[in-house]
Design a protein. Structure first.
Length: 399
């Protein structure tokens, strides 16, 4: 399928929205139904098996020409953030659909899954679609409510589906692998002048809150050598975090929130609360880096006669992609000189990978711009991704 056709399908989907004038489709909304109907219309005459599972994921299966229960999944999400671009999610679905339509006969079934929910907009928690595959939609999650007080369970029923049948949405023993195409949503591929990226892992994440406590006092009467300025100490720490991030390959460290108290122009800050976000593909490196930064915070405060305390808010492990599938994907992409890279954002592949061998292909994101209506993608990159997908499917028959 031509890249132009793939791009125009993405644009057609982007026009299907709950909010006129922008692209907004949330979990099980009227626009989601229309977008699913559009996907079905594109493949109506192809002889594929089409069904919704009980989480509202659309599942389109192209049967193998031989007797087998081996099934390979290509998937991405159809829901969007409010006022989204046309490619975050839908591009992976449209590319997958093109593979079902045009791949040569394969000795396994090919299943496209259009996930009903990934972004977490309607219910405030993400990955409803992929968690249905892995059996992680707990009663607790199904009871969560949206802004109108409708629970996930009620939303499923209102869509005409049966939450009691969620078990049938789960992966079965014939499923042997998973591929997700996604735009990078960052600047790395463009910076490296590459079309495609092979994702080796979704990086792990630590989030902490640190409180630097000094002594508030008069900004005019307190000489510099008698101060315990909590903001000045925090500022030293911010630079220490930046330095460690710059000097450690693959590490990103960010202080994104900083609030000095009492926050008056003529008062020395007595307390400063800050956020620390540290991410790396290797959990050992990530944990070691957090340790290093906490030691630095102690050294900085000790030297200033102050104290620091911290609270861990999140410790999310890295999720490696399957090495074997990833190597085959890299072989299939070799003519396009792909970049081996980690993903700094979460994706459905992260939910699926602990349960099923998974691989992920990134496409360059012009200007690194995503989660924005102007999000775009180069037609030539789409062409290369599609051709890579075709070569990949031919290589995985023996996996
Ligand atoms: Zn996405």
């Amino acid at each position: 399928m031509s890249a132009d056709r793939i791009l125009s399908r993405c644009r057609e989907l982007a026009a299907i929205t709950d909010v006129p004038g922008e692209t907004t489709r949330t979990y099980l909304s009227p626009a989601m139904r229309r977008a699913n109907e559009q996907l079905m219309a594109w493949v109506a005459a192809k002889g594929f098996t089409v069904r919704y599972d009980a989480a509202g994921n659309l599942r389109i299966v192209r049967a193998a020409p031989i007797e087998t229960n081996r099934t390979f999944i290509v998937a991405s999400h159809l829901d969007t953030i409010p006022n989204a671009g046309a490619f975050d999610g839908p591009l992976g679905i449209v590319l997958g659909l093109a593979l079902l339509e045009e791949a040569p006969p394969l000795p396994f079934h090919l299943e496209l899954i259009a996930f009903s929910e990934e972004e977490g907009v309607r219910f405030g928690f993400p990955f409803i679609g992929s968690k249905a595959l892995t059996g992680e939609l707990t009663d607790d999650l199904l009871a969560r409510v949206d802004g109108k007080g409708t629970s996930v369970r009620q939303a499923i029923t209102a869509y005409g589906l049966n939450p009691e049948e969620l078990g049938e949405a789960q992966l079965h023993s014939g499923h042997f692998g998973y591929l997700e195409f996604h735009i990078e949503q960052g600047p790395v591929l463009e910076h490296e002048d590459r079309s495609l990226g092979i994702v080796t892992a979704i990086i792990g994440q630590s989030r902490l809150q640190l409180v630097f406590t000094g002594k508030a006092n008069h900004a005019g009467t307190t000489p510099m050598h008698l101060r315990h300025d909590a903001l000045a100490a925090a500022a030293e720490f911010v630079l220490a975090a930046e330095r460690l991030g710059r000097n450690t390959p693959g590490l990103v460290a960010t202080v994104g929130q900083l609030s000095p108290q009492p926050g008056a122009g003529n008062v020395i800050p007595g307390e400063t609360v800050l956020s620390l976000d540290v991410r790396h593909a290797d959990d050992t490196v990530r944990h070691g880096s957090v340790e290093t930064l906490l030691k630095a915070a102690h050294a900085i405060t000790q030297a200033r006669g102050m104290v620091v305390s911290f609270a861990a808010k999140l410790d999310q492990p890295a999720v490696p992609m399957d090495p074997k599938l990833t190597a085959l994907l890299a072989e299939a992409a070799a003519p396009c000189h792909p970049l081996s890279m980690t993903s700094g954002a979460g994706h459905d592949a992260m939910i699926v990978a602990p349960h099923l061998p998974a691989a992920m292909l990134f496409l360059r994101t012009p200007n690194g711009l995503s989660h924005h209506p102007d999000e775009t993608v180069h037609p030539e990159d789409v062409q290369l991704a599609f051709e890579t997908g075709l070569r990949f499917l031919e290589r995985i028959a023996d996996v």
